[in-house]
Design a protein around this ligand. Structure first.
Ligand code: ATP
Length: 251
């Protein structure tokens, strides 16, 4: 049987009396998009941070490509091929598109930051940066100031920054946020292709995108995974409807 690329086992994390992750287990298989959904405050970001290495679980285990990474830091996990985008933009707005992509390539390789002029001449950084921009369709915009991009283009650039690492798996934190209908359609099509390169754990509030893309969906409520299954399973699950989808209907 195929091994999962990511395996999260029995993760617990409390903030005082609040259980933000309550015995969470989930996995991600090659070629798959596994969506993580749940109401605000359910613990999605907390879980993503623990998978990335930014936050240590109180207990449980996280494996990437069969290796226990539970105690490794963010840089070590990125080097192992864990690519990530952020809910809040991490782009340097005054830098050009290419400079942001190069910075991504630099960070992903854990290289020390040198003078920017030198960094921008380093082919080992420029080549993956250009390739990533091409992949997301931003090659023509390489010399534009990031602040001048549209919101949708910035989202594309964030994905490009994650791509510079040539990741073995992606953690995408609300990539559709703030995109208009056209933008989220284009990104949906792109992610549908991207999954074949590296599987995706997708945290997303846009239910159209989730139901269009996800092979499996896990529903997190009060820190607990209350259901995991196909889009059909999740739609039909009474507990999920009550806890989450019902809330959307009522909105
Ligand atoms: N550093 C922290 N200290 C204390 N409480 C925290 C901390 N980080 C998160 N929490 C709490 O943990 C719970 C889960 O938060 P989290 O941000 O993971 O939810 P979320 O599902 O990502 O929400 P959203 O969809 O709004 O981004 C919330 O009640 C939040 O207030």
């Amino acid at each position: 049987m195929t091994e999962p690329v990511l395996r999260v086992q029995n993760i617990c994390k409390s903030f005082g009396a609040l259980k933000a992750s309550d015995d969470v287990s989930l996995d991600l298989y090659p070629g798959e998009i596994h969506a993580l959904i749940g109401p605000n405050g359910a613990g999605k970001s907390t879980l993503i941070k623990q998978i990335c290495g930014g936050l240590m679980p109180d207990s449980g285990r996280i494996e990437v490509l069969g290796r226990d990474v539970t105690t490794l830091d963010t840089v070590a996990r990125a080097r192992m091929g864990l690519g990530r985008t952020f809910q809040i933009s991490s782009l340097a707005m005054e830098f050009t598109v290419l400079q942001n992509a190069v910075l991504g390539a630099l960070g992903a390789r854990g290289k020390a930051f040198r003078f920017f002029g030198n960094v921008m001449k380093d082919e080992t950084l420029l080549a993956p940066a250009r390739r990533a921009l091409e992949r997301v369709g931003l090659e023509e915009d390489a010399s534009r100031r990031t602040a001048d991009l549209s919101h949708g283009q910035r989202r594309q650039l964030e994905v490009a920054v994650a791509l510079t690492l040539e990741p073995r798996l992606f953690l995408l934190d609300e990539p559709m946020a703030g995109l208009g209908g056209g933008g989220s359609k284009a990104l949906t099509a792109f992610l549908d292709e991207l999954r074949h390169e590296a599987p995706i754990l997708l945290v997303e509030h846009d239910m159209d995108a989730v139901f269009a893309l996800a092979d499996r969906i896990s529903v997190l409520v009060y820190g607990k995974v209350i259901a995991t299954g196909t889009a059909e399973d999740i739609r039909a699950n009474a507990e999920v409807r009550r806890a989450y989808l019902g809330e959307e209907d009522a909105a």
